[in-house]
Write a protein that binds this ligand. Structure first.
Ligand code: FES
Length: 182
């Protein structure tokens, strides 16, 4: 498996459950340990955009070294980072201009936010892996399970009508597979 693009700067807290989550805490935690596709690789551009996984809003964007996936929540005021922009190898928050590197660490704090330093602000980042033309992530990463080399669901979808599988259909098949195994 390819190495994830960036390590998490901050893990999700123990027992974390997204607000208004439709899953029980136990189900959410089990699902969050799986890898899911969240976007087509060719649809990920420098302009950040929001995607949702298991009720959690994520910002996905492309830096010069690869795709990054982080929580869509600025650590300053909790506003969405998907409204931000990329400058060089940094994500810049649209609201007060905090700058973050690929690892989620804050690199620069604008003068208006002083005296707070860069150590005060870190993003929750998730691993980003490109596989099967899709960008994959895992909300509670560990050693296992890994992304399968060939997805049974992908084969099934491909055999279905010969068309390229949509990300929605792949995700739906993966959810079904996981729930069947529970
Ligand atoms: S909300 Fe992001 S810098 Fe203030």
């Amino acid at each position: 498996m390819d190495e994830p693009h960036a390590p998490r700067a901050l893990p999700l807290p123990e027992g974390f459950l997204p607000p208004d989550c439709a899953f029980s805490g136990q189900d959410w935690t089990a699902l969050a340990r799986q890898w899911f596709p969240v976007a087509r690789v060719d649809a990920v551009a420098a302009k950040p955009r929001q995607v949702s996984l298991l009720g959690l809003r994520l910002a996905i964007y492309r830096l010069p070294d690869g795709i990054c996936i982080g929580r869509d929540l600025c650590p300053h005021r909790g506003l969405p980072l998907s409204a931000g922009r990329i400058e060089g190898d940094e994500l810049v928050c649209a609201y007060h201009g905090l700058r973050f590197g690929a690892d989620g660490q804050c690199r620069k704090v604008p003068e208006k936010l002083a005296p707070k330093g860069t150590e005060c602000f870190s993003l929750t980042m998730f691993p980003a892996v490109e596989r099967h033309g899709l960008a994959w992530t895992c909300l509670i990463p560990g050693a296992e399970p890994a992304i399968p080399e060939v997805l049974p669901a992908m084969e099934a979808v491909a055999q279905d009508d010969g068309a390229a599988p949509s990300i929605e259909r792949l995700a739906l098949n993966e959810y079904r597979r996981l729930f069947d195994a529970m």
